[in-house]
Design a binder for this molecule. Structure first.
Ligand code: 5GP
Length: 235
């Protein structure tokens, strides 16, 4: 394994053995509320690596470019080298979380078409909600990149929402991050896991995601394992 390039709250990125290849390791560490709440979720790293591999492979099969190359051990993925765009794209099918607090929207309201939001990725500022004008003015991104990221985010939702629904899970909302390959192509990076998605049991509307950790609901490990079971077994 090569040099450690980056350590975040949930993952570590290493330089790989070949040019253009990184290794992404998934940790059991869990944080919430911009790092104010800290803990650990047993085997989260293993579950999240497995889920990300499965879901990025699914997206690739549907023609969506991602960083995924291969699995590399139980909590590690081999991925393409990317220069990350410092923007989080959030897609909301159903109102929950910060949106309800910010705008007084009732939890559970459906959005059709889905609501897409942009956040500046900056821990020291708590990842604030921004619009294109902010990102342009601050030199963080440009219209062509944002157009492409929003287009891909919409297509990703169209693949993932029915995929989860067939497995009895409602994809309420999720956060995506994109990066640029050395060739300049914008591709999906980061992870797709219960850390970055809200997933509700379709029948009971019970949270099967990081909200169980954020809100001290208990059964966190069981919820992650249940999502993995439904995604990997297809039922
Ligand atoms: P909210 O804005 O309601 O807190 O989050 C919306 C969705 O994006 C949720 O599924 C949440 O998990 C995800 N999300 C937003 N920001 C972040 C972040 O900084 N880290 C992670 N892991 N997920 C995020």
């Amino acid at each position: 394994m090569g040099e450690r390039l980056y350590e975040g709250k949930a993952k570590i990125v290493y330089r790989g053995d070949e040019p253009g290849v990184y290794l992404m390791e998934f940790k059991d560490d869990a944080t919430a509320f911009n790092g104010q709440k800290k803990g650990s979720i047993t085997d989260k790293g293993v579950v999240n690596a497995r889920l990300t591999a499965r879901l990025l492979r699914l997206l690739e099969e549907r023609g969506i470019p991602t960083q995924f190359l291969a699995t590399a051990g139980e909590r590690m993925l081999k991925v393409r080298e990317l220069a990350m765009v410092p923007v989080e794209v959030v897609v909301r099918n159903v109102a929950a979380g910060s949106l309800c607090q910010r705008l007084g929207v009732e939890k559970g309201r459906e959005f059709s078409p889905p609501l897409v939001e942009l956040y500046l990725k900056d821990d020291s500022l708590g990842d604030p909600l921004v619009n294109r004008h902010h990102l342009r003015a601050l030199g963080k991104s440009d219209d062509a990149t944002l157009d492409r990221m929003e287009e891909l985010a919409g297509r990703i939702n169209e693949v993932l929402r029915p995929f989860f629904r067939e497995r009895g899970l409602e994809l309420v909302d999720f956060k995506l991050e994109f990066g640029r390959t050395p060739d300049g192509e914008i591709v999906l990076g980061d992870e797709i896991t219960p850390d970055t998605c809200r997933l509700w049991d379709a029948a009971t509307r019970e949270s099967l995601d990081k909200d169980r950790f954020r809100q001290d609901l208990g059964g966190v490990e069981e919820a992650y394992a249940e999502v993995a079971r439904r995604v990997m077994d297809g039922g």
